[in-house]
Write a protein that binds this ligand. Structure first.
Ligand SMILES: [Zn+2]
Length: 277
């Protein structure tokens, strides 16, 4: 089965009032854990990789690994580049077979973000690859980089940004952050409603791990069509591996502890899928 189009998945989600969950994968076990869960619940999912995961294993590894993992799957699965850091990386991912890329120009000023996003969006249209961009800035620790400043997305700017760049989806900053939260996150739902009322394209929520279920549901009700989970998966994977090692100190077979990690990923992914659909 070929990778699903994220644009199509998100448009369907927008029409029907649910969100497609996107899970960050980092190795074979996380890929298999996510796909196992999606198959079991028969729900489309997006697998995504950050630039640091791409540096670790390679774009070609992830395309081949995910393509093999979905060979006999009937549920739609997409492969997405998360937080694409340059035009060059986004273009490489498209050419390698990713069905979607994010270009993250959120650290740039408005005009430079428009210019960079427009170039990637144009290439995406030519190659038939969906493009996500970010306006405003989601805080926290993201792919090894810590951002102290949280700049919430402005609805009027979002309209202009969407019109000028012609991106397929937009990540909005409404108070979430990457990594672990200290205390309960405060999300600006009023702002989300304003953006949703002003912009037609599907909206994306980053930094969802640690956001209470009720608040995630509220976001989906108000226009979020793609929900990103990374920290949750890393957390359960690492805990399961550690626990397995503690319980079996003499074991040297990596399949044993990595398999435990894979199971843990599959379980959390099922929970998150049930929340989104
Ligand atoms: Zn993110």
């Amino acid at each position: 089965m070929e990778f699903a189009s994220v644009k199509e998945l998100l448009c369907k989600a927008q029409e029907n009032g649910y969100a497609v969950p996107a899970f960050n994968v980092e190795n074979m076990e996380t890929v298999q854990g996510v796909i196992q869960a999606a198959e079991e619940l028969n729900c489309p999912v997006i697998l995504q990789t950050t630039p640091s995961s791409v540096n670790y294993a390679g774009l070609d590894f992830f395309t081949a690994c995910v393509r093999n993992a979905i060979r006999n799957t009937r549920v739609p699965v997409a492969l997405h580049l998360d937080h694409g850091s340059s035009y060059e990386l986004a273009a490489r991912a498209m050419k390698e077979g990713y069905s979607s890329v994010m270009i993250d120009g959120s650290r740039l000023n408005f005009e430079d973000n428009v210019a960079l996003t427009s170039r990637v969006s144009e290439l995406g249209k030519i190659l038939g690859v969906s493009v996500e961009a970010e306006l405003g800035s989601v805080g926290g620790k993201e792919d090894g980089l810590t951002s102290e400043s949280v700049l919430l997305t402005n609805a009027a700017e979002a309209v202009e940004f969407a019109e000028r760049t012609k991106v397929d989806s937009l990540a909005v900053a409404i108070g979430t952050a990457h990594g672990f939260y200290k205390g309960e996150p405060k999300l600006d739902i009023k702002r989300l409603k304003e953006i949703k009322a002003a912009v037609n394209i599907p909206l994306v929520l980053h930094g969802t791990s640690g956001v209470p279920d009720e608040i995630v549901k509220e976001c989906i009700k108000n226009g979020i069509c793609k929900v990103n989970y990374a920290t949750d998966l890393r957390n359960v994977f690492t805990k399961a591996v550690k626990l397995n090692m503690e319980k079996n100190p003499d074991n040297i077979d990596p399949k044993k502890y990595l398999g435990a990690g894979r199971e843990a990923v599959s379980e959390i992914v099922k929970k998150r899928i049930r929340l989104c659909y």
